[in-house]
Design a protein around this ligand. Structure first.
Ligand SMILES: Cc1ncc(COP(=O)(O)O)c(C=O)c1O
Ligand SMILES: *[C@@H]1O[C@H](CO)[C@@H](O)[C@H](O)[C@H]1NC(C)=O
Ligand SMILES: *[C@@H]1O[C@H](CO)[C@@H](O)[C@H](O)[C@H]1NC(C)=O
Ligand SMILES: *[C@@H]1O[C@H](CO)[C@@H](O)[C@H](O)[C@H]1NC(C)=O
Length: 810
């Protein structure tokens, strides 16, 4: 991951093209650094071409009077003067031994290891990492440099192109760096007095706040080697004189200032944050000090790069990888800062910005809608997509749709009745923090003063792995006699068609029917919709609901003998949908489609908020009339924003690809239970053996997994530790759970990195990583992206295993 050291300033040098003077400018910077008495490290990760002409040899040769302060290194060297990806192949062909190019991971780890070694010397100084060719030139594997170096996130110096066409290639290179999140501290280029690009580029970049330095160009190649060497030496002596004046020292001071400023800013962020930010879901009274603030400097793949001003020992990077164990509140799908998503966002921002949507259309929204309705989760039942900004508002719209489509078919509904319509749902649901979404749940920690619980909430039976067994636990209101049912494997639990004929199905049917009939008899409120989070209630505590119970509920509200006018069914798939739990949507698994369904979170790959509410034609027609007032008069300023829609469609494209690839296939096979099925319908990225073993641990009450989600529920610490101030609030079971700190205290140790001697971690660059995770009371959960490498998952599993198996119950 990122590298940042107090004692060592590092810059990576990119070129606007090949042959723009990258090495000459690197050599000048190196010489200037040594002349100012800094230990100087020069790294050329990949060199192609004859060794005697290699860049590190040049830098070494012209290092100047303080050359003893210089350390140069090249990690991968190839003889052919061609692009690295080709040089590897040519070398392999020549040697006659088939060998594949070093992977991106090997490459980045090697660079990172070298940087760490230089930092460990403890010598204060400067380091330059010189890339090869232009910003997009390929590295060994063929991945372009901007992308393969990105995990290291080194601040950059761009060497501009001073020749004809160079204005354009310099600006393009700069924009490519910016689009991938790089910090560009300075642009350096030669002063070519014929093309005079610097005259154009200096003010151009000054306006954009980027420092430009122009340098005298090197002398032309001389007739013989000795003359050439002395002319070049004279050139460098002139560019970086012992007097320490001249443009290169100006640039050097600027780079030093950028480095100092970055650290100073990072140091100041916790205090400034505590002084000006009000966090979501945080009791500020529990935030003790600046140490409690997680300063995220950048992110990549599944990792945050987190700043720690007091990292020990002092030669360690101030930035360390921290696994984003909650997939950033369940949003990440393909890893942080994915270049394809960043480009999709930039492209739509460049083409549209935001454009208002009523009566209008644009390709990003249209394509996304068509895809969701005809190929995506809406396939077979939805006819329309309605866009909103986030899961909460997506649910608000869903509720409006459901209530209207119910009312319009309900005769004899007075205006008073309409105000009092109720929904049916489950205890433990969560649909968002806007007021209407809150009213669609029972009272709990997430609700507020205005909250009015507008519905009836069933206490649901749940699924978990207890002591290695798959168990459905049935709460006593449903059945006083049957408290649990055991299953052989995951598939039997989710095999709804089969289970519909089980005795438990009858128990559920009877309970649901009796309860609904009793509610109707009381007649205080009219039931108007069924609202479910299929399979898992996330925010309510990662509760895996028995899918059979949900199916029975859906069947009941559509049963003509119970409801003459069937209740519309809303699936809130904001969290569970789009493969978070291994499936696109859960209608097919439950064997019933909803009338309305909501998606968000993964939808945009975790780049920006966007939500979509899908509706059936019947629901749509409830609002369709010649009169404006019948319309769904609902919308947000940013409805169907083009940037979000474009990113969403790109994300769905990427997920489609992932679903065809090996890691998914292998994970499915692991869960397929031998020969019975070749590919599992319900499956998980987490290892079946691991999850079962965890469920047997002394401290663990139960565990469960599907898709990217792993949930561990710990044996409760009882209400003893609940904070008094929380207990004073209306005190429900859910509240007690939320206030419990068991999971947090048990898992504290996985938050910090562990250094296994010499072993590289699964984090990009191989640095040891801590795990950032979220808990819901005595429940801890871990969530991967849809492309988290197996190696990363295994490392998390091992860490969890070590921590939890060493914990004893007291
Ligand atoms: C099931 C469910 N519905 C709705 C929401 C609200 O989504 P948002 O936070 O995007 O408003 C959430 C958020 O966690 C959720 O889990
Ligand atoms: C949409 O178009 C219809 C038909 O022209 C028009 O009556 C209506 O006012 C428009 N609505 C909005 C919100 O622009
Ligand atoms: C967007 O969606 C459509 C299908 O509706 C698809 O054909 C197209 O390739 C998608 N991708 C992008 C990046 O637009
Ligand atoms: C969701 O979007 C709505 C509409 O723009 C906004 O008012 C609300 O604050 C957002 N809510 C959340 C929880 O993000």
């Amino acid at each position: 991951m990122s590298h940042l050291y107090r004692h060592l300033r590092i810059h990576q040098i990119f070129g606007a093209n090949t042959d723009v003077g990258k090495t000459v400018i690197a050599a000048a910077l190196v010489r200037a650094s040594t002349l100012t008495n800094h230990n100087t490290f020069y790294l050329k990760p990949v060199s192609t071409g004859p060794p005697q002409h290699a860049d590190d040899v040049h830098v070494e040769r012209y290092a100047g009077p303080h050359r003893h302060l210089l350390n140069t290194q090249c990690l991968f060297r190839y003889e052919d003067p061609v692009s690295p990806h080709l040089a590897v192949r040519m070398a392999s062909q020549r040697s006659g031994v088939e060998s594949s190019a070093p992977s991106d991971e090997t490459f980045v780890n090697a660079v990172a290891e070298h940087i760490r070694a230089c930092a460990r010397t403890g010598k204060p100084g400067h380091m330059y990492v010189e890339t090869a060719g232009g910003v997009h030139s390929p590295t060994l594997s063929g991945t372009t440099q901007l992308e393969s170096y990105r995990p290291l996130f080194l601040p950059t110096v761009l060497v501009g192109d001073s020749k004809l066409g160079g204005i354009s290639s310099t600006i393009s290179s700069y924009e490519s760096l910016v689009l991938r999140g790089y910090i560009v501290d300075a642009i350096l280029l030669f002063r070519d007095d014929y093309y005079r690009n610097y005259e154009y580029l200096s003010p151009y970049f000054a306006e954009r706040g980027v420092h430009v330095t122009s340098l005298h160009p090197p002398p032309p190649l001389q007739g013989n080697v000795n003359e050439d060497i002395s002319a070049t030496e004279a050139y460098y002596a002139n560019l970086a004189p012992r007097s320490l004046d001249g443009e290169i020292f100006h640039a050097l001071r600027h780079l030093n200032e950028c480095h100092a400023h970055r650290i100073k800013e990072l140091d100041s962020m916790p205090r400034r944050t505590l002084d000006s930010i009000w966090w979501p879901f945080v009791q500020h009274g529990l935030v003790k000090s600046e140490k409690d603030v997680t300063v995220i400097d950048s992110a990549w793949a599944d990792f945050f790069s987190v700043y720690d001003s007091s990292s020990e020992p002092s030669t360690c990077s101030l930035l360390a990888p921290k696994l984003d164990g909650s997939a950033s509140w369940w949003t990440q799908a393909v890893g942080h800062a994915h270049p394809s998503l960043a480009l999709a966002a930039a492209n739509a921002a460049g083409r549209y910005g935001h454009v208002m949507f009523p009566n209008a259309t644009h390709l990003p929204a249209l394509k996304l809608a068509e895809r969701l309705v005809h190929e995506g989760p809406g396939v077979g039942w939805a006819s329309r997509a309605f866009f909103t900004d986030n899961g909460s508002t997506g649910m608000e719209v869903a509720l409006k749709m459901a209530l209207r489509s119910f009312s319009i078919n309900e005769k004899e509904l007075t205006p008073r009745d309409k105000k009092d319509l109720w929904i049916v749902g489950l205890k433990g649901s969560y649909h968002g923090d806007t007021i209407g979404a809150m009213d669609a749940t029972e009272e709990g920690v997430y609700t507020c003063e205005w909250h009015q619980s507008k519905g009836f909430w069933f206490e649901p039976p749940t699924v978990a792995i207890k002591n290695g067994n798959f168990v459905v636990s049935v709460p006593s209101p449903i059945s006083p006699s049957t408290s649990s049912v055991h299953f052989d494997d995951l598939h039997s639990v989710y095999d709804i068609e089969n289970r519909l004929h089980s005795p438990l199905a009858d128990i559920y049917r009877t309970h649901v029917r009796n309860t609904l009939q009793a509610l109707r008899r009381k007649g205080e409120r009219k039931l108007a919709a069924l609202v479910l989070e299929p399979i898992v209630m996330g925010a309510g505590g990662m509760i895996f609901v028995d899918p059979l119970f949900q199916r029975v509920l859906v069947d009941a509200v559509r049963d003509k003998s119970l409801f003459e006018n069937p209740l519309p069914v809303i699936f809130d798939e904001v969290f569970v949908g789009l493969y978070r739990l291994g499936m696109k949507s859960f209608g097919p698994l439950l064997g019933v489609n909803p009338d309305i369904a909501v998606y968000a979170k993964i939808l945009t790959g975790g780049v920006l908020p966007l939500s979509v509410t899908l509706a059936s034609e019947r629901v749509f027609q409830a609002f369709n009339s010649p009169s404006k007032v019948d319309a769904l008069l609902h919308g947000h300023s940013y409805t169907a924003h083009a940037v979000g829609c474009q990113v969403a469609n790109t994300t769905l494209d990427m997920i489609e690809m992932l679903s065809q690839q090996d890691p998914w296939r292998l994970a499915r096979e692991k869960w397929s239970c031998g020969a019975r099925r070749e590919s599992a319908v319900v499956w998980s990225f987490w290892d079946p053996g691991f999850v079962r073993s965890v469920s047997r641990l002394a401290v663990v009450h139960e565990a469960m997994t599907l898709g990217t989600v792993l949930v561990i529920k710990f044996k409760d610490d009882g209400a003893g530790k609940v904070l008094p101030s929380l207990r004073a609030l209306s005190c429900r079971k859910q509240l007690l759970g939320y206030a419990s700190h068991t999971a947090q205290s048990l898992l504290r140790s996985i938050e910090s990195p562990v250094c296994e001697s010499g072993a590289l971690s699964a984090a990009p660059g191989g640095a040891p990583f801590g795990i950032h995770y979220r808990t819901l009371g005595n429940v801890a959960y871990f969530m991967t992206s849809l492309n988290t490498p197996l190696q990363t998952i295994e490392e998390i599993e091992n860490r969890l295993w070590k921590t939890l198996s060493a914990t004893h119950v007291n």
